[in-house]
Design a protein around this ligand. Sequence first.
Ligand SMILES: NC(=O)c1ccc[n+]([C@@H]2O[C@H](COP(=O)([O-])OP(=O)(O)OC[C@H]3O[C@@H](n4cnc5c(N)ncnc54)[C@H](O)[C@@H]3O)[C@@H](O)[C@H]2O)c1
Length: 431
Amino acid sequence: MSKICILGMGYIGLPTALLFANNGNDVVGVDINQSVVATLNKGSMPFEEDGFQELLNSAIKNNTFRAQTVTEDADVFLVAVPTPLDKETHLSDLKYVASACEMIVSHLKKGNLVIIESTIPPKTCEKTVKSTLQKSGLKASEDFYITHCPERAIPGNTLHEMVYNDRIIGGIDKRSTELTESLYSCFVKGELHLTNSTTAEMVKLMENTFRDINIALANELAQIADEYGVNVWDAIRIANKHPRVNILNPGPGVGGHCIAIDPWFLTEDTNKGRLISLSRQINDSMPQYVLKMVREILVGVENPVITIFGVAYKGDIGDTRATPARKFIKLAEKEGYEIRVHDPFVTEFDYPLLGLSESLNGSDCIVLLTDHSVFKEIKPEEICGGMRNLNIVDTRNVVDGKAWKKVGFRVQTIGNVNIPHAEILITKRSD
Ligand SMILES: NC(=O)c1ccc[n+]([C@@H]2O[C@H](COP(=O)([O-])OP(=O)(O)OC[C@H]3O[C@@H](n4cnc5c(N)ncnc54)[C@H](O)[C@@H]3O)[C@@H](O)[C@H]2O)c1
């Protein structure tokens, strides 16, 4: 049994704390946000995530978890605080990691292990983390140990993924890696891949950079397909029949706190990375491309009103962090469009969230930005009544274009503008 002090009770730190607390450890959850601490000590989760309320209940009942705003002595310290991107410089902002390490310094003892789960640029463990912790007077690799153990769980399926995903464990030395491997073995059922800290830092960033570049490719293919009058969704589906091809889906841009940020972390200290930064630019420019589609479909409409379907950065979750919807809405507003927002998963957003029919009342165009499953179920004949003009721009290829057109909608999909030739091809295939 280890005593583990976990700093940062957010989407990553709290689930990790509850898994450790329910698997034989004594866990202290530390957060500088007093209200998070109070909520947890009342036995409530500060956010919803399947399976974790039950884990919190049992950890409190068994006295293996408590929350507080200050650190205390422990065997292991685990850091899961935010690592935002500085918008102006595109550099990582490590102030939270640095302050969490400062909070550990006065409690650091011989034999302690410090694990960084926060996403960090290559060499952060060896540089920032090590030098801050050595302010304790103890020496890293001799007196205490440091490991990077990045988290890759997906919001909405965190419990399953934290337990069953493979994990990368990279210590600054062999002993750090071994201690961390033994700790995580208590609940991780995926494979544990042992390496050094800089490799672990780089692997985590490479994974999301791979996804960002491949989404950029799909977005570029969609724009090329629009020029040629090809349905890119059909083309991608067929191309993916090749045994070694797996093209991703285009969309309105990339959001969330990882994919759009990690490529910047990967390249912040190198003059390489041209492909990586070009991909960022392509993905960041997709809201402009969607606006162009909206502009084209609404030519001649006076005082246009548009209804946004979905502001979460991806389907079936309520997370709006770095969502491309925000940029799209700002650009559309600047151009004079009146905006209505409907998202059945999101509870808080910078714009008022409206119910389905309210959001469509007097609207000239639906702009579908998020692939929530519920949007697939919408029957166009049931929602068109209150709209002023029947248009939809579908950036995720979610709606059944034929059914919507039957009701009178003009339908534009990213990578499948209405070119008759392309439609004839699809009709032939499915008949
Ligand atoms: N959320 C994800 O799905 C995800 C996935 C992979 C990696 N990550 C990475 O994990 C890290 C944490 O992300 P998150 O989503 O859990 O963040 P979050 O914003 O949900 O939670 C972070 C918490 O840390 C607290 N905090 C800030 N400074 C602190 C300090 N010095 N001491 C104690 N608490 C402090 C904040 O009050 C907040 O409650 C980030 O580096 C992120 O990039 C997140």
